[in-house]
Design a protein around this ligand. Structure first.
Ligand code: PNS
Length: 166
C-alpha cells in the first residue's frame, strides 16, 4: 500500500526523517509530498526544500519526494493512494491535526489520516525551533540531516552578504 506524508518541511528535520523511515517499513511506498501551507511564510524556497528532502531520503528505496500545489486530498487521489501519514509530537499538535484530518475526511471520505507518534528523542523538535537555533548560530548537529546543516550555512552566508551589499 502507498502512503502520502505531506508537510511544508521548512526544513526537513531529523524528526521528519525518523517518521519517514518508520513509515517506509510499514508501507510498500511512501511519497513525501512537499505542500503549500498558506499559514506559513517559508524560509527556504520550494527547490531548496525539495533538494534537502531528496538528499535526506536518498537511502530509502521505497520513498519518493514530490511537490503539489493544490488540495492534499486531490493529490492523494491523483496518486492512487488512500492513506495520509502525519507525525504527532505533543498534545499541542493534536487539536490542529485533528482539525486537518477531519477537514480532509469531509472533503474526501475515501482518504484516511493515520498518525505516527514521534520518537521520544525528537519530541521537542520542530522546523521553527531549528530556524531559531540557526539564526543564533547554535549547532544543529543531530537535529537535522547534514544536507540541511550545509544549506543553512550557505543561506546565512548569502543573507550576510546581501546585508553588506545594501
Ligand atoms: O508541515 P505542515 O506545515 O504542518 O503541513 C501542513 C500541510 C502542508 C500538510 C497542510 O497545510 C496541507 O495539507 N496543505 C495543502 C492544502 C490543503 O489541502 N489544505 C487543507 C488541509 S486541512
Amino acid at each position: 500500500m502507498k502512503a502520502i506524508y505531506p508537510g511544508s518541511f521548512d526544513p526537513v528535520t531529523s524528526g521528519h526523517v525518523d517518521i519517514i523511515q518508520r513509515a517506509a517499513k510499514v508501507f510498500d511506498e511512501v511519497v513525501v509530498a512537499l505542500a503549500v501551507n498558506l499559514e506559513k511564510n517559508p524560509f527556504f524556497t520550494i527547490d531548496e526544500r525539495l533538494a534537502m528532502l531528496r538528499d535526506a531520503c536518498s537511502h530509502l528505496d521505497n520513498v519518493r519526494v514530490d511537490f503539489f500545489g493544490g488540495l492534499l486530498v486531490d493529490y492523494v487521489e491523483n496518486q492512487g493512494a488512500k492513506v495520509v501519514i502525519k507525525g504527532l509530537r505533543a498534545v499541542s499538535d493534536f487539536e490542529f491535526e485533528l482539525q486537518m484530518a477531519l477537514t480532509n475526511k469531509r472533503l474526501k471520505d475515501s482518504v484516511e489520516t493515520l498518525f505516527m507518534m514521534t520518537s521520544a528523542e525528537y519530541s521537542f523538535l520542530s522546523s521553527s525551533l531549528v530556524k531559531e537555533l540557526a539564526a543564533f548560530g547554535a549547532s544543529l548537529a543531530g537535529l537535522v540531516p547534514k544536507a540541511v546543516e550545509d544549506r543553512f550555512q550557505a543561506k546565512m552566508q548569502q543573507r550576510r552578504q546581501e546585508a553588506i551589499d545594501l
